[in-house]
Design a protein around this ligand. Structure first.
Ligand SMILES: *Cc1c(COP(=O)(O)O)cnc(C)c1O
Length: 384
């Protein structure tokens, strides 16, 4: 059928999976003027404090601390909770999740994921718990929530802490509750590739004012006052240039979300029917989705073509999809020798890492472009 379709034209310029939102340059310049006037560039400046308040409100998070990036935030969360020994985590994530553990001498222990949500499978966690285990580090991958109640039940049984990497989960919800309501601490990333961004940036959301206080100390070298350093902290502070950008991009989030929802609904209606292709369930639901990524899965049997071949052939049309998260973190040379990294122990993650393909998703993509991407995917799947 599609074998006989005419070959669609390539895009004139490369289409990537994301494109950062940017406010009008004049609006940013105006914000910068007040920074210049104040000559206050970092260390809990006016923009930092306003952004922290506004994000707390937007995310329904009472205890939010801004950071200079998500990776330092995640490392600081592990420190704030006194995590040591071994931590059970997912191999199906961006390297930073696992690096945050390794960086402070914690052994990552990989557990397999659930085939539907692509997040940690609680059934695979419990058998990996030993006396060295101190926490579970889940990732709400693509903004899809982990099985938060299943994970919490295990944590309660074994007195473990729960930390979430919510880098993709800005605005995700579980039922009527915001995603940051779950776990001891949730990390967010505001990197330029994330929907809400401050170029580089991040945050930790904690459960109590004592924990927020500790986190705020840790991100500023553990300095309590001029004469007192109480904790071995780090420099995790968000500066005024980042925060000023964030105040403007935050205003753009509702519109960006609407545009992304529309794009996802076009993708789903055009692609879900293709043989071997599946779209993530609930991806276009504004009540629960973060609209961070749109990952399809390509089953090599059904599609009669591998994901890798589709990925490669799309490049010829100037469509640059991404195979997030292939290779698995457990396959990276720095972790592949861990006992839990053996491929045979992670069959679901292995399979999904061969199937996922993240498609372009950003507000500036026009409906016509999305249809054109769908035409190209349809053509590629039907061609040799
Ligand atoms: C982006 C990302 C991070 C790292 O955040 P940075 O702000 O870039 O340090 C961590 N985990 C996941 C899953 C990410 O996608």
């Amino acid at each position: 059928m599609s074998r006989h379709q005419p070959k669609p034209a390539s895009f004139e310029s490369p289409v990537h999976v994301t494109r950062p939102m940017l406010p009008e340059l004049d609006a940013y310049a105006e914000k910068l003027r007040s920074v210049w006037d104040a000559r206050w560039l970092t260390n809990a400046g006016a923009n930092h404090n306003t952004l922290e308040e506004r994000l707390s409100h937007a995310l329904e998070a009472s205890h939010l601390s801004l950071f200079n990036n998500g990776t330092i935030a995640l490392t600081s969360a592990l420190k704030a909770l006194d995590i040591s020994g071994a931590v059970i985590t997912t191999p199906f994530t961006f390297a930073a999740t696992v690096h945050a553990l390794a960086w402070i001498g914690i052994t990552p222990v990989f557990a397999d994921i659930d085939a539907a949500t692509m997040t940690l499978d609680p059934r695979c966690i419990e058998p990996l718990i030993t006396e060295r285990t101190s926490a579970i580090l889940g990732v709400h991958v693509y903004g899809i929530p982990c099985d938060v109640s299943g994970i919490q039940a295990i944590a309660d049984r074994h007195q473990l802490r729960v930390i979430y990497d919510g880098a993709h989960a800005f605005g995700s919800r579980v039922g009527s509750r915001p995603i940051c309501d779950f776990g001891d601490v949730t990390m967010l990333s505001f990197h330029a590739t994330k929907l809400f961004h401050t170029a580089e940036g991040g945050a930790l959301i904690s459960r109590t004012s004592e924990m927020k206080r500790k986190i705020d100390l840790l991100k500023n070298f553990g300095i309590e006052d001029e004469a007192t350093v109480v904790l071995p902290g780090i420099n995790g502070k968000m500066n005024e240039l980042q925060a000023a950008l964030g105040l403007l991009t935050l205003d753009m989030v509702p519109r960006e979300r609407m545009k992304r929802q529309r794009i996802i609904s076009i993708y789903c209606s055009r692609l879900a029917e293709l043989p071997g292709i599946s779209c993530p369930v609930g991806a276009d639901d504004p009540e629960s989705s973060s609209f961070q990524y749109f990952p399809i899965r390509i089953d090599v049997e059904g599609a009669a073509k591998s994901r890798d071949l589709v990925h490669a052939q799309l490049k010829a049309f100037n469509v640059f999809t991404r195979r997030y998260f292939h290779p698995l973190c457990s396959a990276c040379p720095c972790y592949a020798n861990l006992p839990s990294a053996a491929p045979g122990q992670l069959p679901v993650a292995q399979r999904i890492a061969q199937e996922v393909l993240v498609l372009p998703l950003y507000g500036d993509l026009k409906d016509d472009d999305v249809h054109r991407i769908c035409d190209i995917i349809t053509y590629v799947l039907g061609s040799e």
